[in-house]
Design a protein around this ligand. Structure first.
Ligand code: NAI
Length: 248
């Protein structure tokens, strides 16, 4: 299928995990793909090769989404290399879980900066490119814990809830320029991020999921593909839960 043919997508934090699955799915739908991660390492090189093998243009950039300066530089480089940016996926994210009683200030600051300020950095930097093109789709990776909260993740759920408010505001600000902005709220998805969880915590989570299974990165990538494509051209300011029914 060619749902994204002619489009260029930029995905942050995509050397592995959900971001990588999105990059590969977008490429299989014909998009050229620029993606970032913190360093240009073997993961990034392998991802770049896998995307290129699908017959589209792909390039990985070492760029820290938490820095506005890095993000501005990144957008300039991607436009120089690809000519345009139709889709931005703010996917980079981290966890530093702890009960509030034990949470250190640096763990609060780090999670808010990497998860939430990054969306500001990239969206602010890309907006003039999308405004000039008069088309764009911005997809923010939130989480079901941003919708529902979660004990032991107050920093993470605050950052993900913040992304939802940001998404709805940007949808209102940029809609008249034909720029859409939506959020995806994944539930329990098997990646390196969730592999840190203990077996019993994992099993307990799965018991609470109506579909009785964890999600795959591809489950999220399918919804991202819909939001990136013209199939969703009248969808903006929405949060789509991809959680097996965990959050209703
Ligand atoms: P992951 O940890 O496997 O991948 C995240 C990637 O982001 C890594 O490659 C990491 O190096 C990169 N990254 C971290 N900080 C960065 C920065 N400052 N600049 C650029 N890249 C950076 O995580 P996963 O599971 O693939 O998660 C992707 C997104 O989905 C995150 O925003 C996460 O919060 C969100 N999410 C994940 C869920 C899950 O169950 N795995 C559930 C809900 C949301």
């Amino acid at each position: 299928m060619d749902l994204l043919k002619g489009k260029t997508a930029l995905i942050t934090g995509a050397a592995r995990g959900i971001g990588k699955a999105i990059a590969l799915k977008f490429a299989s739908e014909g998009a050229d793909v620029a993606f970032t991660d913190l360093t240009y390492d073997e993961n990034m090189e392998a991802t770049e090769k896998e995307i290129n093998a699908l017959g589209v243009k792909a390039k990985g950039y070492a760029s820290n989404a938490a820095s506005l300066e890095s993000s501005e530089e990144l957008i300039t480089n991607v436009v120089n290399d690809f000519g345009r940016i139709d889709v931005l996926v703010n996917n980079a994210g981290i966890t530093r879980d702890n009960l509030l009683m034990r949470m250190q200030e640096k763990d609060w600051d780090m999670v808010i900066t990497v998860n939430l300020k990054s969306a500001f950095n990239l969206t602010k930097s890309v907006q003039r490119v999308m405004m000039k093109q008069r088309i764009g789709s911005i997809i923010n990776m939130s989480s079901v814990v941003g919708v529902n909260g979660n004990a032991g993740q107050s920093n993470y759920s605050a950052s993900k809830a913040g992304m939802i408010g940001f998404t709805k505001s940007i949808a209102q600000e940029l809609g008249s320029r034909n720029i859409r902005c939506n959020a995806i709220a994944p539930g329990f998805i098997e990646t390196e991020m969730t592999s840190k969880l203990k077996e019993e915590v994992r099993d307990t989570w799965i018991q609470t999921i109506p579909l009785r299974r964890s999600g795959k990165a591809d489950d999220v990538a399918d919804v991202a593909t819909f939001l990136a494509s013209d199939l969703s051209s009248y969808v903006s300011g929405q949060v789509i839960n991809v959680c097996g029914g965990m959050s209703t």
